[in-house]
Structure formats: structure tokens, C-alpha cells
Design a protein around this ligand. Structure first.
Ligand code: PEP
Ligand code: MG
Length: 550
């Protein structure tokens, strides 16, 4: 099979192939110049463009059922709303704006008034912006932005995908995902893994491929082939699960909780079915990636209870909103920060807006009651013991019994003892810890090697935290992607970690690998990896010490 071969970073395993569908780039803000030569004619273009968008949405609605049909019909009705087209046409006539700019401004005024109304209406503001972009694309004669409706199973190719777009993908229709940008621990990669969609990120040159009928994607090796001829539609085979009885322990009986990372009730159901003993990380911000206003306490309580109910009677760790960097929440994240990963994100937003944190804690306490899960709460992006103490006090004031924090900033790892003195447990966020310790943006494919969780410098920081946990007799967990690698999971146990939290697909493999090795060999593997000079060597010597193949 001749053709082109490209390589990126495989982030979600599985081999699949099929026709390519390109995800259109986001639209920039349309320019207010040049003024149209004939404003009347320019104004006259708007209503037909809006009608064309409405017709297309209605035609699509007729081909689907249920919720998808209702959503498409509602969006079509918004596009057909004569008030929007009339207001935009007025702006063209009054201010000599080009039609795309006029639509942009008119729709923004509508969206802002919906937001001001709050509640259900505020949630419709995002739909108005979606309609706005579709009409602008129609006027400019380009593809509308975002993931298109798929006519059949396809391989999606994009520059990058927002977590909200990835979360909405249908695994039955998306055979694989290939992005030009993105890194292995970006949230798009994490979501692709949890959806079981093979994915390769940082594939330089994939957007420049012209006239390609289809792609063959290997999400394990990162190889993407563009053959000359036609490409068969092939969905990734589901790998046979290894045997695991659902209780995490080493071969000599040391208990290590094998628990799940979840962001939705679907994740919870899949995780329970895969044997999760509880939840080590509930990313609450995943419930609100598209929310433009703060959800009410009641709405949050109901959303969290839905995710927690499958874990009735089991331990779960709910993380307070980690808004910012690659997970901006429109209603919380500051827009104008030069370095969002180093900005006001996670708990730092809670310090600036304690009301938002307190309302979330109230909702979590309610959801704990409704679901019957044994809820603990933890904060993201904690740097100091003082921040940890501040957070723990608010958690207790909300009537919640256990408070913990994430260790994902190097300063926090170096102060693990002081932090543990303030809280009941800590959980290592190895994705961000790697990003900050190597000063390497986790979303950049070019820096994927530095964000490798086998990096000895990262393991040395983790060892400090493990030692602090042992000294204070408090639990240290890992909920970053490092925990999902079976051999690295054993090394983490050797470094003093007492729970490993991961996506549902990794549970059985990590649980069964751990069950086949002794605590002593975990410690030996950890010592060997700590002393290694680079990640490849660390992996090799650790696997050898554990008696696992190369
Ligand atoms: C981490 O940083 O390792 C982590 C678990 O949190 P998130 O990936 O959501 O930033
Ligand atoms: Mg993090």
C-alpha cells in the first residue's frame, strides 16, 4: 500500500481506518471593514443565508430521531428567526458594516440578553453563537466550524479539538481521531481514551494532506497512513480484558485501591462495570465545559448525584472545579491571561471568588446525601500548605467529612509534609506535575517527550510525596495518566502510593498486573527507575525488576 506515512503521538490505542472528515477551523471575528459598495444589496444577503442554514438543519433533523432531532430543530428555528436577520440587516444599512460582521454583532446582542436573563435562557446563548457562526460561514461560503454531522463512520482530522467537542463525539461514528496539534496528556487525549476512540495527536502535516480518500490510524504507535487507493472502513477491535477480580492488591496481599477517573454518568457506569472500587478523580468541570453562566446549586447537586449514584456505598473523590488552561469554563476563566496554565486556574479561582467554591461545596454535600456515595473533596492547583489549610476549612464548614488536595505543582510536592498536616489525603496529578516540572506545555506535541511520566525527575518528586505520606500515615494517591500504565502503576506503589485512579479501560490491566507482582519487587522497580538516566531506561529497568516483558 504505497502512499504517505505520517507519525504523531499515539494517545488512545486501537487500529482503525476509514474515510476522512475534516473539522473546520474556528471562525475568527469578522472584520468591520471594508464598507460594502451597495449596503442595500449587502443587507439583502442576510435573510437568504439564514434561511439556507435553517433549511440545512431541518433536512438533517429529518434524518435522525429523539434528542438529536429536537436539538437540530430548535437550532433551525433560531436560524430562521426573522428578528436576528432584520437586526443584522439594519446594522448593514445604519453603519455600513459587511454582512458577516453585522450578523456577528446582532447575534452577540441577542446572546448577551439571554445571558442576562439567567437560568434556562442563559444556556441558549451558546446556541445563538452556534447559529451566528453558521450564518457567517454561509455568507463567506466556507464550512461551518466544529465537528460536522457525519454521514457514516469516519476518521476525524482536526487542528485540535476543544474538550467540549471531544466529549460530544459518538464512538459509533468516529472511527479515529487525528490532530495536527495537541499533547498526550491534553484533555482531548484523555477524553478520547475514555470514549475508546483510537487517537493520534501532534501529527505534523496532516492538515496539509490533499485529496486523501481515507486514513489508516494506529493509536498505539502513532502511525497514520494515507494510502493511494480507497480505504476500508474498519473500527478498532476491542482488546480482550485480562482477568481481574476487582480488588486491587499485590501478589503478597498489600491493598492498593484501583479506582476510576470520571467526568460523566456514562463514565461512572462503564467504570463500575469494569470493576472500579470507587472514584479517585471526578472532574466536575467536565459537566460544565459549555456553560456560560454559573449553574445553580440545585442544578449542580443533580448533575453530581447522577455521576456518583453508581458508586453508592463506595469511596469517591470529587474535585472542585479545575477551570482554566486547556479547560476554560466560559463563566469563570479570565480571558486575557498571557499564560493561562500559569494563571488564575483551579483553586486560585476559588480564592478570588469564594462564593463559587462554597456553592459548589454545598452542591457536593447534597449530592453525597442523594447518592449514598462516601464522598471526599479535593482541590486542584494547590501550591502551598496555607492554601491547603484554607480549602480544608471551607470543606469542613460545608459539612463534608474529608478534604484533600492535588499535588500537581512542584512546590506542593516539595511541601508535601506540611500540606499533608493540613488535609486528610493527597492525590498526585502527574499530568500537570510533569508539565510544570519540565516547563513543557502538556498540549504541545513537540514537547511530548518531556511530558513522559517515566521521566526520572518526575519520579523523584513523587518519591518525596510517598515518603511524606508514610511519615504522617496519610494516603497518597495518583490520578494522573501515569496510573494507567500497568508497569508504572507498580513503580508508583513502590514509591509509597496507596491508590491508583485511571480511565475505565485501564482498570483491569493495571489491577491484574499489580496482582502478579510483590510489594518488594515494586520497591525494587521504583529504586531502579529513580536511578535511571532517562525515561526509556527507567521503563526498561523497572519492567525487568517486575519480571514483565520489554
Ligand atoms: C493531572 O494534572 O494529572 C490531573 C489528574 O488533572 P487534570 O488532568 O484534569 O489536569
Ligand atoms: Mg491537573
Amino acid at each position: 500500500m504505497a502512499g504517505m506515512q505520517l507519525t504523531g503521538v499515539g494517545v488512545s490505542p486501537g487500529r482503525a481506518s476509514g474515510p476522512v472528515v475534516r473539522v473546520a477551523e474556528p471562525l475568527g471575528e469578522p472584520l468591520a471593514t471594508p464598507a460594502p459598495a451597495d449596503p442595500e444589496a449587502e443587507a439583502g444577503r442576510i435573510a437568504p443565508a439564514a434561511a439556507a442554514v435553517a433549511d440545512r438543519l431541518n433536512a438533517k433533523a429529518a434524518t435522525v430521531e429523539g434528542d438529536a432531532r429536537a436539538v437540530l430543530e430548535t437550532t433551525a428555528a433560531m436560524a430562521a428567526d426573522p428578528a436576528l436577520a432584520a437586526q443584522a440587516a439594519k446594522l448593514v444599512r445604519d453603519r455600513s458594516l459587511p454582512a458577516p460582521r453585522a450578523v456577528f454583532e446582532a447575534a452577540n446582542v441577542f446572546a448577551a440578553s439571554l445571558e442576562a436573563a439567567g437560568g434556562y435562557l442563559a444556556e441558549r446563548a451558546q446556541d445563538v453563537r452556534d447559529v451566528r457562526d453558521r450564518i457567517i460561514a454561509e455568507l463567506l461560503d466556507i464550512d461551518p466550524p466544529g465537528v460536522p454531522e457525519l454521514a457514516g463512520p469516519s476518521v476525524l482530522v482536526a487542528r485540535d479539538l476543544a474538550p467540549a467537542d471531544t466529549a460530544g463525539l459518538d464512538p459509533a461514528m468516529v472511527l479515529a481521531l487525528v490532530t495536527e496539534e495537541g499533547g498526550p496528556t491534553s484533555h482531548t487525549a484523555i477524553l478520547a481514551r475514555s470514549l475508546g476512540i483510537p487517537a493520534v495527536v501532534a501529527v505534523r502535516g496532516v492538515l496539509a494532506l490533499e485529496g486523501v480518500a481515507g486514513l489508516v490510524v494506529d493509536g498505539a504507535t502513532g502511525v497514520v497512513l494515507a494510502p493511494d487507493g480507497p480505504v476500508a472502513v474498519l473500527a478498532a477491535a476491542v482488546e480482550a480484558e485480562p482477568e481481574w477480580d476487582g480488588t486491587g492488591r499485590t501478589a503478597d496481599g498489600q491493598r492498593v485501591k484501583i479506582i476510576a477517573n470520571v467526568g460523566s454518568s456514562e463514565d461512572s457506569t462503564t467504570s463500575v462495570a469494569a470493576g472500579a472500587e470507587g472514584v479517585g478523580l471526578f472532574r466536575t468541570e467536565f459537566c460544565y465545559l459549555a456553560a456560560t453562566t454559573e449553574p445553580s446549586v440545585e442544578a449542580q447537586r443533580a448533575a453530581y448525584a447522577k455521576v456518583l449514584t453508581p458508586f453508592h456505598g463506595k469511596p469517591v473523590v470529587v474535585r472542585t472545579l479545575d477551570a482554566g488552561a486547556d479547560k476554560p469554563l466560559p463563566f469563570l476563566t479570565p480571558e486575557d491571561e498571557p499564560n493561562p496554565a500559569l494563571g488564575v486556574r483551579g483553586l486560585r479561582i476559588g480564592r478570588e471568588q469564594p462564593g463559587v467554591l462554597d456553592r459548589q461545596l454545598e452542591a457536593i454535600a447534597g449530592a453525597a446525601e442523594d447518592s449514598g456515595a462516601e464522598v471526599s473533596v479535593m482541590a486542584p492547583m494547590v501550591a502551598t500548605a496555607e492554601e491547603a489549610a484554607w480549602f480544608a476549612e471551607r470543606v469542613r464548614a460545608a459539612g463534608l467529612p474529608r478534604a484533600g488536595v492535588m499535588i500537581e505543582i512542584p512546590a506542593a510536592a516539595l511541601s508535601a509534609k506540611e500540606i499533608l498536616a493540613e488535609v486528610d489525603f493527597v492525590s498526585l496529578g502527574t499530568n500537570d506535575l510533569a508539565q510544570y516540572v519540565f516547563a513543557a506545555d502538556r498540549m504541545l506535541g513537540a514537547l511530548a517527550g518531556l511530558n513522559d511520566p517515566w521521566q526520572p525527575a518526575l519520579l523523584r518528586l513523587i518519591a518525596l510525596v510517598g515518603e511524606a505520606g508514610a511519615e504522617l500515615g496519610k494516603p497518597v494517591g495518583v490520578c494522573g495518566e501515569a496510573a494507567a500504565d500497568p508497569a508504572l502503576g507498580c513503580v508508583l506503589v513502590g514509591l509509597g502510593v496507596s491508590s491508583l485512579s485511571m480511565n475505565a479501560a485501564a482498570l483491569a490491566r493495571v489491577g491484574s498486573t499489580l496482582g502478579g507482582v510483590t510489594t518488594d519487587s515494586c520497591r525494587q522497580a521504583a529504586r531502579a527507575a529513580l536511578a535511571a538516566g532517562d525515561p526509556a531506561r527507567a521503563r526498561q529497568v523497572a519492567r525487568a525488576a517486575l519480571g514483565l516483558g520489554a
